[in-house]
Design a protein around this ligand. Structure first.
Ligand code: PGA
Ligand code: ZN
Length: 399
């Protein structure tokens, strides 16, 4: 039984306040969870409130309904209380940041009480032994860095890696190799919010650099490393002009955007393309998936916002063959697992994901393993990213 729920403000990796929750149980279980925060947030995401406001409302409306009332191990009951206390469709009363922090803290308290690793508690007895392939953001711009690429993320995708651990070290090596290549080309650069290089170059040059780095490191490591993209195209889409805006290049109509993505998939043999089109254009997504869905993963992030109703629409229309899973987009672990399961039943591959603003919380590493997600996207080298990657290394060793 949950006996104590505490909430506080802590810092996220951008230096902004975020919500941390602690849950204690009668039998001495303890769990701590912290909410991440997006910068290129989807329009249909659950609502993040200012941390202090989210904490105050959760203290008033959620904590009394959990303490002495609900078992931490009954995740559906905990998450049901969060929904009931909030009473809206999108957590606009208590804040998805309070909701997800409490949901994750309760799961960890339950695992602690049961004496199980979190992934085992989340995955249950019939979990299987699939491990996620990590997609590593190595170059980027968009909303994550000024004066850098138009495309938000270029992702190293070590599809041939024999283990998660090999894949993690390969991504780090690709990140390192890219800095050498940029230096050779005389391109100085900073880093974006997730620790990816943020060079002042066009997307064309970034493709060249990625191809060179992934080929070299793939040869050195002895397995195939492809690469992919998060285009975060909702951020580029200008609804009034009905076109995708590219700084320093011509803009693209929806048809041109689809053709452009098809060309890139074919030219660079891309393993993965996230949000190539606007977050409300299920039809354009479907056309693209129809053209290249047998060659690559077309993933919906802002399109689906981890919401099963939006995912169902995408399934009905054939909009994608992959979904990004961000627990804070929907507010609870139960909702995130529902989206993974609906996807799996319909041949949609899940990519469990961090946010651009993160903490040391490692829940998503356990969620990806527990729910047998085929991919995880959690950066490459920054400390709040390596917290998850290093946890995956430990899980792989112990599982
Ligand atoms: P965000 O970006 O966390 O800033 O939304 C990550 C993504 O778009 O996948
Ligand atoms: Zn995205």
């Amino acid at each position: 039984l949950i006996t104590d729920v505490r909430l506080r403000r802590i810092l996220d990796s951008r230096g902004n306040p975020t919500v941390e929750a602690e849950v204690t149980t009668e039998n001495g279980g303890f769990g701590r969870g912290a909410a991440p925060s997006g910068a290129s947030t989807g329009e249909h995401e659950a609502i993040e409130l200012p941390a202090s406001e989210a904490i105050a409302t959760a203290r008033d409306h959620v904590v009394p309904r959990l303490e002495g009332e609900v078992y931490a191990a009954d995740q559906r009951a905990v998450d049901g209380v969060l929904h009931a206390a909030d009473g809206t469709e999108n957590f606009s009363e208590i804040g998805a940041n309070s909701a997800v922090a409490i949901s994750m803290a309760a799961a960890k308290a339950a695992a602690d009480e049961l004496g199980l690793p979190l992934y085992q508690h989340l995955g249950g007895a019939f979990r299987g032994d699939q491990f996620p392939t990590p997609l590593g953001n190595v170059v980027g711009g968009g909303e994550h860095a000024e004066e850098a690429t138009n495309i938000q993320e270029f992702l190293s995708a070590p599809v041939g890696a024999p283990s998660v651990t090999d894949a993690i070290f390969a991504n780090a090596e690709v990140h390192d190799r890219i800095s050498s290549i940029l230096e050779e080309r005389g391109i100085p650069c900073n880093k974006g919010d997730e620790g990816a290089w943020a060079p002042p170059i066009g997307d064309d040059e970034a493709f060249e650099v990625l191809e060179e780095a992934t080929n070299e490191v793939g040869e050195e490591f002895g397995f195939e490393i492809s690469f992919g993209l998060d285009m975060a195209a909702a951020e580029m889409y200008d609804a009034d002009a009905d076109e995708y805006v590219y700084e320093g290049e011509s803009n693209r109509s929806t048809d041109e955007q689809i053709d452009y993505v098809v060309e890139m998939v074919e030219e660079y043999d891309l393993a993965y393309v996230e949000d190539p089109l606007d977050e409300n254009d299920f039809e354009a997504f479907a056309e693209l998936t129809d053209r290249v869905g047998d060659q690559t993963l077309i993933c919906g992030d802002d399109l689906y916002v981890t919401n099963v109703e939006r995912l169902q629409e995408g399934i009905d229309l054939g909009s994608s063959n992959s979904i990004l899973i961000k627990p804070n987009q929907i507010g609870t672990l139960s909702d995130a697992v529902d989206a993974i399961e609906l996807g799996a039943e319909n041949g949609i591959e899940s990519v469990v994901s961090h946010r651009s603003g993160e903490t040391e919380d490692t829940t998503i590493a356990h969620l990806a393993v527990g729910a047998a997600a085929p991919y995880i996207k959690t950066g490459t080298v920054a400390g709040e990213r390596t917290a998850k990657l290093n946890e995956l290394i430990r899980i792989e060793e112990s599982a």
